[in-house]
Design a binder for this molecule. Structure first.
Ligand code: HEM
Length: 156
């Protein structure tokens, strides 16, 4: 049980770090674009690439610990959380990471053309989607924990 609770602590911490990192990427992107300052946009784009060094381990950790905590559980909440995780991961690998590299390259080259803004819009939508899915996993995690504690299946 000690190991389980330690795993849960790691799971929640990684979930919080991952969610806050994506939120920071999203807000700093919108703020820099609205400022119209290309120097700020370049700084944010490069910052996001470095930030991925925090985000990727956090997401791998939240997924790994989540699946271990869930074990063979088949409740609706666990199944919903399990179903969302591959969507979050694929969205990050196939859409968000390529967009981040493309945008950082274009911004550093001073190429703020139509293509830049199309990809920027795609990145914001994909980032918003992942934030929403992570928020839903967070909410379901809290409900699940309350239920597990209430039913005496695990100590508080
Ligand atoms: C972005 C992804 C995720 C986030 C942000 C997240 C967040 C959370 C949070 C906040 C809790 C509540 C912990 C507490 O009240 O102490 C939780 C619990 C839990 N999560 Fe996740 N989670 C994520 C992904 C997953 C995945 C993919 C699984 C696998 C099915 C999972 C399985 C669980 C389980 C089983 C619990 C309940 C553990 C317990 O209370 O005994 N989570 N999660």
């Amino acid at each position: 049980m000690q190991t389980y609770l330690a795993l849960l602590r790691v799971h929640v911490s990684a979930g919080v770090i991952g969610s806050l990192t994506i939120l920071a990427f999203w807000i700093s992107t919108v703020m820099s674009e609205l400022s119209g300052n290309h120097v700020a946009v370049v700084a944010v784009k490069n910052g996001i690439l470095w930030g991925m060094l925090v985000l990727i381990p956090a997401m791998v950790t939240v997924a790994g610990t989540g699946f271990r905590l869930a074990g063979k559980a088949k409740s609706a909440l666990v199944c919903s959380k399990k179903r969302r995780m591959p969507i979050i991961g694929l969205n990050a690998i196939l859409v968000l990471a390529p967009c981040a590299f493309f945008l950082a390259n274009r911004a550093s080259a001073g190429q703020f053309d139509t293509m830049f803004y199309v990809v920027q819009a795609i990145e914001l939508i994909a980032g918003g989607t992942n934030l929403t899915l992570m928020g839903l996993n967070f909410r379901d995690g809290l409900t699940l924990s309350r239920w597990l504690k209430g039913s005496g299946l695990r100590p508080a």
